[in-house]
Write a protein that binds this ligand. Structure first.
Ligand SMILES: *[C@@H]1O[C@H](CO)[C@@H](O)[C@H](O)[C@H]1NC(C)=O
Ligand SMILES: *[C@@H]1O[C@H](CO)[C@@H](O)[C@H](O)[C@H]1NC(C)=O
Ligand SMILES: *[C@@H]1O[C@H](CO)[C@@H](O)[C@H](O)[C@H]1NC(C)=O
Ligand SMILES: *[C@@H]1O[C@H](CO)[C@@H](O)[C@H](O)[C@H]1NC(C)=O
Length: 318
């Protein structure tokens, strides 16, 4: 047991933290050269621009770069050993949106391997954050519940205001936001929703694994079902948004639900910046500068897919 005494003053804050969340970051130096892994996924069937077997939408890369991180692509269909090696070299993981099977795809396989490594690391006070956007949100819910509890909603191309829960104000994610931005998020239709599946409040509330793991920060509804739009884990630095902050700054398809207002662009920056600040609490690094250089996404070039493409630029991988 951890018993605070005068000599233990320095570790007092760590003792008092029920969560592992305050373990790192408070006492350690911040890592101002964070590298974040973005998970690739199987190519969209019929993608005429595709090269190789997997892709990463460039908007997620820009999202992190615009907030002060560098990106390493995490390729699908690699060995567990390679993933463990990558895990110990990067400072956080982003699970992007997309459209693959979140139980059987190679994307979901890699996500599961990293999720388990992240649980273990955080349990051992090695602070490792994960961010899930849209499909990434859904993937995290499947990994935590160990089953798919999603339901179809009418949310394929719509901008919505967040219905913030009482927990939002004091949440790690939203408490770092400027007040006027939080107000815009709550009052204006500025969060882009492009999903067919959602985690309903009903299924969340009935599943003890999900309920114990995640704190609901915002909800939305499609007129029939109330679903979770933002959540963060209680005891782990895991964050998930069902909406798309990155599209407001970096995607330009002219479609209902796409919002480029100043507040929407600010929401893109503040969510990205929050996650990057979490990654700065992690001290993983590559074994050498050369190994880091070989892993970074700068070794690949994004492909322009046209003004009306759902992803304006993609990175492709073998
Ligand atoms: C995954 O890797 C195996 C072994 O290298 C290969 O046979 C298979 O085609 C790969 N699958 C995909 C979808 O790339
Ligand atoms: C709850 O999850 C099940 C899958 O286990 C799904 O079939 C059902 O539609 C969901 N219901 C709601 C209201 O979300
Ligand atoms: C704005 O959000 C509301 C939900 O609060 C929704 O009913 C409405 O359709 C949205 N309007 C637009 C133009 O997206
Ligand atoms: C965007 O879409 C709207 C509505 O369909 C249309 O009126 C407008 O001309 C489009 N703008 C561009 C630049 O394509």
């Amino acid at each position: 047991m951890c018993r605070p005494t005068a000599a233990l003053c320095a570790v007092l804050s760590a003792c008092l933290c029920a969560a592992h969340l305050c373990a790192a970051g408070t006492s350690q130096q911040l890592n101002h050269r964070p590298v974040i892994g973005v998970l690739a996924q199987e190519n969209i069937p019929g993608d005429q621009f595709a090269r190789g077997s997997s892709y990463i939408a460039a908007s997620y890369v820009k999202y992190l770069e615009g907030a002060g991180a560098r990106v390493v692509p995490i390729r699908i269909n690699r060995t567990e050993e390679e993933y463990a090696n990558t895990f110990s070299s990067i400072n956080g993981l982003l699970l992007p949106g997309g459209d693959v099977d979140i139980q059987t795809s190679l994307f979901s396989r890699a996500a599961r391997i990293f999720y388990r490594l992240a649980l273990k690391a955080n349990d051992a006070r090695d602070y490792f954050p994960i961010w899930g956007t849209c499909q990434g949100f859904q993937q995290l819910s499947v990994l935590t519940a160990n089953k798919n509890l999603l339901t179809l909603t009418d949310t394929k191309a719509v901008a919505l205001p967040l219905t913030l829960t009482p927990a939002a104000q004091s949440s790690r994610l939203f408490r770092s936001f400027p007040k006027d931005l939080l107000q815009s998020l709550a009052e204006e239709n500025i969060t882009s929703n492009f999903h067919s599946w959602s985690l309903s409040m009903q299924n969340y509330s009935r599943n003890s694994k999900l309920k114990r793991f995640y704190k609901v920060l915002s909800t939305n509804d499609d007129g029939k079902k109330e679903f979770i739009s933002t959540m963060e884990a209680y005891r782990y630095p895991f964050y998930a948004v069902q909406w798309h902050p990155e599209k407001s700054s970096y995607e330009w398809v002219n479609k209902t639900g796409m919002i480029h207002s100043t507040a929407a662009v600010a929401a893109c920056f503040y969510t990205g910046s929050f996650f990057v600040s979490e990654a700065m609490k992690n001290q993983h690094h590559f074994s050498s500068p050369e190994e880091e250089e070989r892993a970074l996404i700068y070794n690949f070039s994004p492909v322009y897919r046209g003004a009306e493409a759902i992803f304006v630029q993609n990175y492709y991988f073998d």
